[in-house]
Design a protein around this ligand. Structure first.
Ligand SMILES: Nc1ncnc2c1ncn2[C@@H]1O[C@H](COP(=O)(O)OP(=O)(O)OP(=O)(O)O)[C@@H](O)[C@H]1O
Length: 250
């Protein structure tokens, strides 16, 4: 579903991703861990067209991200083509990024109506169903300011699902939450995993990675240091850098 081949990304002189190679299979829950500043968010943002890579190849569902290949040459996609590629990807951020002037239901309806030009009736019906699914069927008329952080993040997940993505990216979805609200968001993510959604999850929640993850990658300083089944990497890390990181977070 996602394939990275020698992906590099720099911001000016700062070389952040230094040749990332990895592969995420369909229906896999793929967890990405690593120290602050190691490039995890940057990698997710590259997958979702929010940043452009400088070298290498990145594929989502067999399609090259952001470029069209013709012979040996790569051509940048037009804005319209990028928008079409992005529709297949849902992203959930650390800070929920909801529209403050819209109710939960309106937040979830927004993209299908604006982007897909779906009728309001169809979008509303799906939004109601998705809010039910994340346990907020009784909060559809609430504005973000009337919801807890955990509830806002669940609305954000419903909103990402409204575009019916093939792939969901989660960028530290629980880091901005009070500890007692983390579980309700992880429960929704666990449900999604059980339904077979392909998910890439940048997280500090090692319990979630161990219980729900199918694969885990430890990234440090822009490179993949170690990867494997979460239980193996977390209980029996092979590299000193992984051991040192885990000794601080476990
Ligand atoms: N738009 C940008 N311009 C310049 N530097 C950036 C930009 N985005 C990210 N960086 C830098 O890239 C590095 C990696 O950042 P990134 O957010 O990808 O790390 P991370 O592993 O997700 O860290 P954290 O766990 O703290 O979120 C950081 O040094 C950051 O300052």
């Amino acid at each position: 579903m996602v394939k990275a081949e020698g992906v590099h990304k720099s911001f000016g002189p700062a070389h952040i991703l230094k040749g990332i190679d990895l592969e995420v299979s369909p229906r896999e829950v793929f967890c990405l861990i690593g120290p602050s500043g190691s490039g995890k968010s940057t990698f997710l943002r590259c997958i979702n067209h929010l940043e452009k890579i400088n070298a290498g190849r990145l594929y989502v569902d067999g399609t090259l991200v952001g470029y069209r290949q013709s012979g040996d040459k790569l051509y940048e996609l037009k804005e319209r083509e990028v928008a079409a590629q992005r529709r297949g990807i849902g992203m959930v951020f650390q800070r929920f990024n909801l529209f403050p002037h819209m109710t939960a239901l309106e937040n979830v309806m927004e993209a299908p109506v604006q982007v897909k030009r779906e009728s309001k009736a169809v979008a509303r019906e799906r939004a109601q169903r998705l809010l039910d699914r994340v346990g907020l069927g009784d909060k559809t008329g609430h504005y973000p300011s009337q919801l807890s952080g955990g509830q806002q993040q669940r609305v954000a997940i419903a909103r990402a699902l409204a575009m019916e993505p093939k792939l969901m990216l989660f960028d530290e979805p629980t880091s901005a939450l009070d500890p007692e609200l983390v579980g309700e968001v992880l429960d929704v993510m666990r449900d999604l995993a059980q339904d077979g959604m392909t998910m890439i999850v940048v997280t500090h929640e090692m319990g979630f990675a161990r219980e729900v993850g199918d694969s885990l990658v430890f990234m440090d300083d822009g490179v993949v240091v170690e990867s494997g089944h979460p239980r193996e990497v977390l209980t029996n890390p092979q590299h000193e850098r992984t051991k040192s990181f885990l000794s601080k977070v476990l």
